[in-house]
Ligand binder design. Sequence first.
Ligand SMILES: *Cc1c(COP(=O)(O)O)cnc(C)c1O
Length: 467
Amino acid sequence: MKYVSTRGGGQAVNFSDILLEGLARDGGLAMPEIMPQVSADMLEQWRQLSYADLATEVLSLFITDIPKDDLHQLAHKSYNKQAFGSDEIVPIKKLDDQISLVGLSEGPTLAFKDMAMQFLGNIFEYVLAKRGATLNILGATSGDTGSAAEYALRGKKGIKVFMLSPFGRMSEFQRAQMYSLQDENIFNLSVKGVFDECQDIVKALGNDLAFKEHYHLGAVNSINFGRISAQVVYYFWAWLRVTSQSDEQVSFTVPSGNFGNILSGHIARMMGLPIRHLVVATNENNVLEEFFRTGIYRPRSAANTYATSSPSMDISKASNFERFIYHLLDSDGTKVKALWDSLAQQGEFDLSTMKPLFEEKYGFVAGMSTHADRLATIKHEFEQHGYLMDPHTADGVKVAREHLEEGVKMLVLETALPAKFTETIQEAIGQPAPIPEHLKGLKNLPQRVDVVDCDVEVVRKYMQERI
Ligand SMILES: *Cc1c(COP(=O)(O)O)cnc(C)c1O
């Protein structure tokens, strides 16, 4: 399996290369040259597998330059009871007759990012050791990516992590979780800007090829296809748990920000997993919901990106969206490049003529949820079903309820646990979220973070001094 850029430039390369590179050299994103296909027979054979064994099977379709035995070891090192609290790894939690939650947040940082990141940490270390190389991870986080990356990469040999986070835009728990890490290979930069500006800095430095090469820059945010591929696994896992026949269709609702999670669902669907709808759930930052409703893509400026109570979805320029557009435009990199060039000039693009394909061919529909919806959903589900959910998952459940269809099971991805966002839980139900026993002392630990100006050059210098 080789990987190509969504913008059509450069040579096709191996998985290990895109794993270490992040953005493709022409500014595009890496995508599989051909989509692996899964048959009904394969699905049936996979029903009995443990999570780690299923991950081995699915990932071996994408990662063909690493021996399957080694992948097996990496998968078991990543997906075990020690990291995820149970042998199930991803429990399915039934809310009512139609809706179940897919429990993706049982890992060390209580959010779904752990699912891919635990694997990424191990495969990075493996590939770097093989090559005798080092890597400096530069990333931007709206909260959960950063902590998941840092917990997955802390103490790993040959790797340093520089993580930008928006100053004043993360919950107290998120800050405590990230900034309390004292490992010498972890650097937290709190940037005086919003998430999109942090991401712009990461992109600017990543596009500076001389800098990128000299300092061995790599990425762990969801533009890294390694993450996308590891996330494909749990769509298969969840489908295998709730169906009994190999052609039964289910729908997934995905609380979305950078479009990485749902893109993995899109890939699972393209591989042949029977998915009916992929429901994009956004918060008030509804650029993607607007696109799927109208066909017009109009990303917003940082100033027009609201700080909401589902902060990990406060994104107005979703990086992975380009990967979907690449498929929509028949995997023609030249067309994607032209579209993104026009986007750079005009600030928007119009694909409304293609709108019928979004649902008919690709299964995509969308909805949005507001602060009031979020609070009402948390309260309602807590009172009616005795289940306390986090604000992002609540956005998903709100939108999922608007897209239920007779006879089709709806799976909502649980993207975080409520303890991470207890301020909003307090507002919704009048009491804080229970904090898992092992995290009770987190808030009182000393924090290690540097506050910096929102400026590419400041970040460049910071890194140069520490690499
Ligand atoms: C990252 C995140 C999201 C958004 O996921 P994307 O892959 O960026 O679309 C949603 N909810 C939570 C809790 C997250 O951490």
